[in-house]
Design a protein around this ligand. Structure first.
Ligand SMILES: *[C@@H]1O[C@H](CO)[C@@H](O)[C@H](O)[C@H]1NC(C)=O
Ligand SMILES: *[C@@H]1O[C@H](CO)[C@@H](O)[C@H](O)[C@H]1NC(C)=O
Ligand SMILES: *[C@@H]1O[C@H](CO)[C@@H](O)[C@H](O)[C@H]1NC(C)=O
Length: 350
């Protein structure tokens, strides 16, 4: 019995509500970011409702007021609320801005480039009033202090330094006072970590007294130590030929650069015959004195017995040695004196 009564009561309530609804308007979904100025469940026909925007939003279109009609519907409106926009942010020198939008509640993140540190807020938020929450920060260069200077050295900077401070991007060049020699990197730079690159050293470099070369002479015979970059020249005696650089210099490692050598001339070891030397065909007796120089090329003539013709074969003077090609046959004295026209150098050439 009690159960049945409950059901009956609930049913009556339901009918009452729907009956009232038929005579009024319900405050339902208004649209994004729109607010009603009044909160009631039921509005009677003829009642008005003013619309407004939530904080941070601004209205467009209209009308701003809707009215409940006799058939329980609200009048039409195009009223909309859109997010307020903050001004476009200023760029950050030596840094970057990260943001996706500039509307209400957007965030800008600020970062600085390598070698710069952020001075000021890390980010800004677009506020309900359409302004940014913070001002643009600054990216300040990392400071290094003065560059260390090696003993007996100096540094020159790429820009004027005032006071004690140097900043990221400042660089300089180290030099050593002569006769000191720089070891390490001559280039100095204030790094992004706030320290200077490694300082080089200035050291004394000397070389021992230079040694003479065989069959040659030196420009200086001083038995002293020589400084870095000092030079000594060499020459060869008589017909010796200098091979290599005529000058040596004292190097950074305390050694001399490579010495040249004097190479001996050669004697052409044939008694009778004709040779080709410097594009000239000569009887050996006419080469007076019998001497060619290191590296010179000389040809002798050989006989091709099968075809009965002569041909030149070349050989080179190497430091006093000139090898006569094996095909060369020295003629006898009689042959040479009376039948010289039949020698390989004189007959038809192959
Ligand atoms: C800004 O930084 C925050 C925190 O690091 C991060 O969650 C957000 O995604 C960043 N926003 C942008 C636009 O990069
Ligand atoms: C250099 O720095 C020191 C301490 O860091 C300071 O006492 C001095 O006044 C500075 N000198 C100049 C010329 O700025
Ligand atoms: C400079 O500082 C960085 C980071 O602290 C370090 O790794 C580097 O070795 C330093 N360089 C010199 C030349 O001291």
């Amino acid at each position: 019995m009690e159960h049945i009564l409950n059901v009956w009561l609930l049913g009556t309530f339901f009918i009452l509500v729907t009956a009232q609804e038929r005579h009024g308007c319900v405050l339902s979904e208004l649209g994004p970011n729109i607010e009603a100025t009044e909160y009631r469940t039921i509005f009677r026909p003829g009642q008005e409702l003013a619309l407004s925007c939530k904080l941070g939003y601004t209205s467009i279109l209209g009308p701003r007021t809707i009215v409940c009609t006799d058939d329980g519907e609200w009048t039409e409106t195009k009223f909309k609320c859109i997010a307020k926009r903050c001004p476009n942010p200023d760029p950050l020198s030596n840094g970057d801005l990260y943001y996706e939008d500039t509307v209400y509640q957007s965030t800008i993140n600020y970062t600085c480039h390598e070698g710069y540190t952020l001075s000021g807020p890390k980010n800004a938020k677009c506020q309900a009033d359409g302004t940014w929450s913070t001002t643009v920060p600054e990216c300040k260069p990392v400071s290094c202090g003065l560059a260390p200077i090696p003993k007996f050295g100096l540094i020159s900077f790429n820009k004027k330094i005032s006071g004690n401070a140097t900043y990221f991007g400042t660089h300089g060049t180290y030099k050593c006072l002569p006769p000191y020699v720089l070891f390490g990197n001559a280039h100095a730079e204030c790094t992004a970590s706030g320290n200077w690159t490694k300082t080089p050293e200035c050291r004394v470099v000397t070389c021992p007294p230079p040694e003479n070369i065989f069959n040659g002479y030196m420009s200086s015979n001083d038995q002293r130590r020589y400084n870095f970059m000092e030079t000594v020249q060499y020459g060869c005696n008589g017909d010796y030929m200098l091979q290599g650089s005529f000058q040596i210099s004292c190097q950074k490692n305390g050694d001399w650069s490579e010495k040249p050598a004097c190479k001996a001339p050669c004697r052409i070891d044939i008694g009778r015959g004709r040779i080709l030397y410097k594009e000239k065909k000569l009887w050996i007796g006419d080469l007076d004195p019998n001497k060619v120089f290191h590296n010179d090329i000389v040809s002798v003539y050989c006989l091709d017995k099968v075809r009965n013709c002569g041909y030149a074969v070349s050989t080179q003077c190497i430091d006093g040695n000139l090898k006569i090609p094996e095909c060369f046959k020295e003629p006898s004295g009689i042959e040479y004196t009376f039948h010289s026209g039949s020698l390989p150098s004189e007959i038809e050439q192959c």
